[in-house]
Design a protein around this ligand. Structure first.
Ligand code: SF4
Ligand code: SF4
Length: 452
């Protein structure tokens, strides 16, 4: 064989190996269209390279030239760092009253003093909230995807999380462990990972992280919140790709509830461990937060808040659940992270907005809000009303987000390009639409659930 033929053979085998791996990985991920396309590309590329190898030397040289030119152009276009000027959002100028958030409003019971007082103070919310009150509700019979056997799983996890809500704080040891902040930071981060956290970050606790008044959880509804801890430890837990992709069907809420419980358990154990070292610490878990967890997680360097209003991490996108521990344990805060590439990707992507069944996610650019922030804002009433109609927490937006793909070598190669180049982001989105469709359909649940 001539050197050109050897080169063509090696390139052909590498490309075929790439397509074959992608096809098999996609099959495993139940992305059948991506898998079929990759098998087709494997076949086509195999035929092209075989044709080159059987051709004259002149055709082989031309083929080699084309491959080198395309590779160089690909490198320049996709891997050469290109940036688009993206302005970061300033932090909020005001604190949020937890009573105004959708989950607190959903807990208000008609006829109670809190219900009457809330809608007297917020008459604009009354008609909006009547829409979801007319529906059966989350995990309730009569909703579109209700199945008593499957609903029992999230009901069990929500029961567990509810049982943990009074354990968020507790007694502090009278003896202190005293160590330099960087050493202690290392220990706390590793302890969180040892307990099952995926990513961990630390920031100073700012007043805009803290809700102004209690809307749910322990304490009196409407009570003013004071929290004078200095630091916040935020962490994520990963949600199963397979379960999330079934949203808005029942397995999606099974997974949400399971990971809320997981995050809650880890946060409570960590807060208790910090108190056992002699420092105040409070866990902030589902249903009993004093802080706005996504804002804390963003400032702790875990990711950005994207178009769908959730925290997105660079490696798992929105396919995470969060919890926070606030404390006075002296810690070393993370370098403030800023991921303009994620905001840039959200600006061009809009996939979540396209699939949202309640049209709660905006299509336009980020807007400036009265609190001074620059962001996308979803319509929480539309989103929650849909949940109470279908009986699950939907998660369609989370399932289709290109950042939420499985955390494996194939997708991580794309993530590297997305992080570096604006041009690559456009190409990656085009490929995502091609391989996974512009409006992907929900996946079938795992076999053990399908047989229910
Ligand atoms: S689906 Fe696209 S637009 Fe929506 S959050 Fe994910 S990356 Fe951003
Ligand atoms: S959870 Fe569903 S309804 Fe709510 S914003 Fe996401 S896609 Fe829309």
């Amino acid at each position: 064989m001539t050197p050109v033929e050897v080169f063509l053979l090696i390139i052909g085998l590498l490309i075929s190996f790439g397509f074959l791996s992608f096809a098999l990985v996609s099959l495993h991920e139940k992305h059948h269209r991506a898998s079929a396309l990759s098998f087709l590309l494997l076949l086509v590329s195999g035929i092209i390279f075989a044709a080159f190898l059987l051709s004259s030397k002149l055709i082989q040289n031309i083929g080699l030239g084309i491959i080198l030119a395309v590779s160089l152009a690909g490198f320049i276009l996709f891997f050469w760092p290109t940036a688009k000027e993206i302005a970061p959002s300033p932090p909020p100028e005001q604190r949020v009253d937890e009573r105004t958030i959708m989950f607190a409003r959903a807990r208000l019971e008609p006829g109670t003093p809190n219900f009457e007082a809330y809608y007297r103070d917020h008459p604009d919310h009354k008609s909006l909230d009547e829409a979801f009150r007319q529906n059966p509700g989350l995990l309730e019979p009569g909703t579109l995807f209700f199945n008593q056997k499957l609903a029992a799983s999230p009901q069990g996890d929500f029961f567990l999380t509810e049982s943990l809500r009074d354990a968020v704080d507790g007694p502090i040891s009278e003896t202190k462990v005293v160590e330099p902040p960087d050493k202690m930071t290392d220990f706390i981060k590793n302890l969180a990972i040892y307990h099952g956290a995926r990513d961990v970050g630390i920031c100073r606790l700012h007043s805009y992280h803290i809700y102004s008044h209690i809307g749910r959880g322990s304490g009196e509804f409407g009570e003013e919140i004071t929290l004078d801890h200095q630091f916040a430890v935020a962490f994520t837990v990963e949600m199963s790709h397979e379960m999330v992709n079934t949203g808005p069907r029942m397995p999606a809420v099974m997974e949400s509830a399971r990971q809320y419980a997981e995050a809650g358990k880890i946060a409570i154990a960590l807060a208790a461990a910090i108190r056992a070292m002699g420092y105040p610490a409070r866990a902030h878990i589902d249903g009993n937060y004093r802080v706005i967890a996504p804002l804390v997680a963003k400032d702790a360097g875990l990711g950005e808040i994207g178009r769908m209003g959730l925290l997105m991490t660079p490696s798992l996108g929105p396919r995470v659940r969060l919890a926070v521990i606030t404390t006075d344990l002296p810690l070393k805060e993370n370098q403030a992270a800023w991921h303009p590439e994620m905001i840039d990707f959200c600006s061009i992507c809009k996939k979540c907005a396209q699939v949202c069944p309640s049209q709660a996610i905006p299509f336009g650019d980020r807007q400036e809000y009265a609190d001074g922030t620059l962001r996308w804002k979803i319509n929480p009433e539309r989103c929650y009303t849909y949940w109470t109609r279908v009986g699950t927490d939907c998660g369609r937006c989370m399932a289709v987000c290109p950042y939420a793909h499985a955390d494996n070598f194939m997708h991580n190669i794309i993530r590297v390009g997305v992080a570096h180049s604006h041009n690559f982001r456009r190409a990656a989105l085009w490929m995502d639409d091609l391989f996974y469709e512009k409006k992907p359909m929900p996946h079938t649940p795992p076999d053990w659930i399908q047989s229910v």
